[in-house]
Design a binder for this molecule. Structure first.
Ligand code: NAD
Length: 497
């Protein structure tokens, strides 16, 4: 990607204090359609001064917004829900163009986006505190929740619509002012959504959008007015942000990368397991943090599952996600494609059999796209570098275990703990798995165990740093501070009236 000044027509602005502002950034990146290599626009990498301006706008908007009654704060969200429903196809098209996932997948993502707006509309109930009269004679005690102030979210490329909305609706409904720093690889989706948000009556400075990379993030992390940081992205960056936010005294929730296992027991409905695991491993070109990456087969599932998943993977229609019938799109960048190619090579070198090789496919009409077709590696040795490396592409590794105990050991050894799934028809195996599997999101006969918006999006081990997760009640806990009030009123006083 080049970093020269952008022609004015294609510049992506920031949204600061209710206005679209052209960036004065020195560095700009191309925004590239991963299926066609077409340049869709140019995104600024904001310098510190621009980010400070955003923070100051958000800080100025906060006092009035926090005094706005909760009931009034959610009215714009009801309107936003309706606008997002009305424009769902438009947003989904933009997601497909800049991210590469299929139009159907992009629409599915937007359904999840809207769901978060719906849940945040419940803030007047969800944000309530609690109280107890007579904690001592004549003394009452209450816990009230108050917003934090300015909060910020830093989001990844793989869900340009949904991930920012794991945070935005809850943060503002709780009375905070909000700054979004979306992925510089997919800034067009939130530009469009913020244009919709301009129409719903959110006061100036309550929601702000700043485009940028590391310098923008570091400025948010270091500025004293920013009280909380929400992050979703790769594990090394999640760790870095968690540490730096801690050093500057901010609360932080940092969701990292993943390497998700599924165990397939021989008593599973093999047809259903194949269809669901295929969608999980290869859907969104494997660029989901809940994508199944390793299938651990037990007993005769080794052969039955390997044969059926191989057939399913070979038949997936790969192409431009906007074309009819396409089931899988490209990966995000040429660098990602190269990284995935190299990792498939590492698996093969370490002794895995490449049962289906998706490297360098020919996709008619889209020769310039970043395509990797579904790939299945059989028998990846435990010592291979691949075992603990997040591939983030359409590659499924197969390993075999003699029984469920050995299969569970694969999960226990993984540094990640985003999701673990089991396919079986045994209730007791399912219960044991739910009880013991060391991951935050568990799927039983489910391939992508994505929590609904009213549940927290969990994640354990190196997949999450923090305590409070995104979505649901955790979001309310994260975006509010508890205040305890202990009250006594002298009796004589009330007798005066
Ligand atoms: P990434 O870590 O490269 O980037 C995420 C964000 O961090 C972007 O906004 C980027 O600008 C910023 N960033 C990147 N490097 C930085 C640095 N050195 N300092 C400060 N900020 C920096 O992640 P990505 O490639 O956009 O997204 C893919 C990753 O996200 C995968 O690892 C995937 O598993 C993970 N992910 C996790 C979840 C989850 O819920 N755990 C959800 C979605 C994606």
């Amino acid at each position: 990607m080049s970093t020269v000044a952008a022609p004015p027509a294609t510049k992506i602005p920031h949204f600061i204090n209710g206005q679209w502002i052209d960036s004065q950034a020195i560095e700009w990146n191309d925004i590239v359609n991963p299926a066609t290599a077409e340049v869709l626009g140019r995104v600024p990498l904001a310098g510190a001064a621009e980010v400070v301006r955003v923070i100051e706008a958000a800080a100025a908007a906060y006092p009035e917004w926090r005094r706005t009654p909760a009931e009034d704060r959610i009215q714009p969200l009801f309107k936003l829900k309706m606008l997002l429903e009305e424009h769902i196809d438009d947003v989904a098209r933009i997601i497909t163009q800049e991210n590469g996932k299929t139009f159907t997948e992009a629409k599915g993502e937007m359904r999840r986006t809207i769901e978060n707006v719906e849940v945040a509309c419940g803030i007047p109930t969800m944000m309530q505190g609690n109280n107890l009269e007579d904690v001592a004679r004549g003394i009452d005690e209450m816990m009230i929740r108050q917003p934090l102030g300015v909060v910020a979210a830093i989001t990844p490329f793989n869900f340009p619509g949904m991930v920012p909305f794991w945070f935005l609706p809850y943060a503002i409904a709780c009375g905070n002012s909000f700054i979004l720093k979306p992925s510089e690889r997919v800034p067009l989706t939130m530009k469009y959504v913020f244009e919709l948000m301009e129409r719903v009556g959110i006061p100036k400075g309550v929601v702000n959008l700043v485009n940028g990379g590391k310098e923008a993030v570091d400025t948010l992390l270091d500025h004293p007015a920013v009280r909380a940081i929400s992050f979703v992205g790769s594990t090394p960056v999640a760790k870095y942000i968690y540490a730096r936010a801690g050093a500057t005294g901010k609360r932080a929730q940092c969701q990292g990368g993943a390497k998700n296992h599924v165990i397939v027991l021989p008593d599973a409905d093999m047809q259903m397991a194949t269809q669901i695991i295929s969608d999980s491993a290869f859907g969104c070109a494997g660029q989901r943090c809940l994508a199944v990456s390793v299938a651990v087969t037990v007993g005769e599932a080794q052969k039955t599952f390997r044969d059926s998943i191989t057939e399913s993977a070979a038949n997936l229609h790969v192409g431009n996600g906007l074309d009819e019938g396409v089931q899988m799109g490209p990966v995000i960048t040429p660098q990602s494609k190269e990284r995935i190619h190299n990792l498939i090579g590492v698996g093969a070198k370490d002794g895995a059999k490449v049962v289906i090789d998706g490297r360098n496919p020919k996709i008619a009409k889209y020769e310039a796209g970043n395509f990797v077709k579904p790939t299945v590696l059989d028998g990846v040795p435990a010592a291979s570098e691949l075992t603990n490396t997040e591939i983030f592409g359409p590659v499924l590794s197969l390993v075999h275990a003699s029984g469920i105990d050995e299969a569970m050991e694969f999960l226990a050894r993984s540094p990640y703990g985003n999701q673990a799934s089991l396919f079986t028809s045994s209730g007791s195996a399912a219960r044991r798995f739910r009880y013991e599997a060391p991951a935050g999101n568990i799927g039983i006969n489910i391939g992508v165990a994505a929590p609904m918006a009213y549940f927290p999006f969990s994640g354990w081990k190196d997949s999450f740093f923090g305590i409070l997760h995104a979505q649901g009640n955790d979001a309310i806990e994260f975006y509010t501070e508890k205040k305890i009030v202990v009250e006594r009123w002298a009796k004589e006083h009330s007798r005066k009236f």
